[in-house]
Design a protein. Structure first.
Length: 148
């Protein structure tokens, strides 16, 4: 597994090493060994521009994923599944952690795992899909002892 975490903010975010471990656990739980994906931590301005330019939604969001497997012409070099990128707004993560009354670690871990399952093709556009995706997310977080 190849996972890169890029912090494109000025802030030191100590929680990112644990977030990496949570994502590594999620990969092992899903029996994914030969995958490659990135987590990019950005600020509200950056994620707002992404949301506006790629989704035509003119507002800040917490997490955006770009799943490479959605593209049919992506080649898997050396059998490695290129999953894509997960962008997380640190500003939004902080405000949501405060709003929901839990730690920044919990919020960052939730957003990262949420993005991870989007990269794998899971979604929450209807109730049935939402139940499946959210159950998987909560299992990973619970098993990693990342609680509310």
């Amino acid at each position: 597994m190849e996972l890169e975490i890029f912090n494109q903010t000025e802030e030191e975010i100590k929680e990112l090493e644990t977030v990496r471990k949570v994502l590594e656990y999620a990969c092992s739980k899903e029996k994914l060994g030969n995958v490659c994906f990135n987590v990019i931590i950005v600020d509200n301005d950056y994620i707002h521009e992404l949301n506006k330019n790629y989704r035509n939604i003119d507002r800040v969001t917490d997490v955006i994923t770009f799943a490479l497997e959605d593209e049919k012409d992506i080649v898997e070099p050396n059998g490695v599944r290129m999953l894509g990128d997960i962008y997380i707004s640190i500003d939004k993560a902080k405000s949501q952690a405060e709003e929901y009354g839990h730690s920044l670690l919990r919020e960052l871990s939730f957003l990262a795992v949420h993005g991870f399952y989007h990269l794998l093709g899971y979604d929450h556009m209807n109730k049935e899909e939402e139940v499946i995706m959210f159950q998987k997310q909560e299992e990973v977080l619970h098993e990693c002892k990342i609680e509310r």
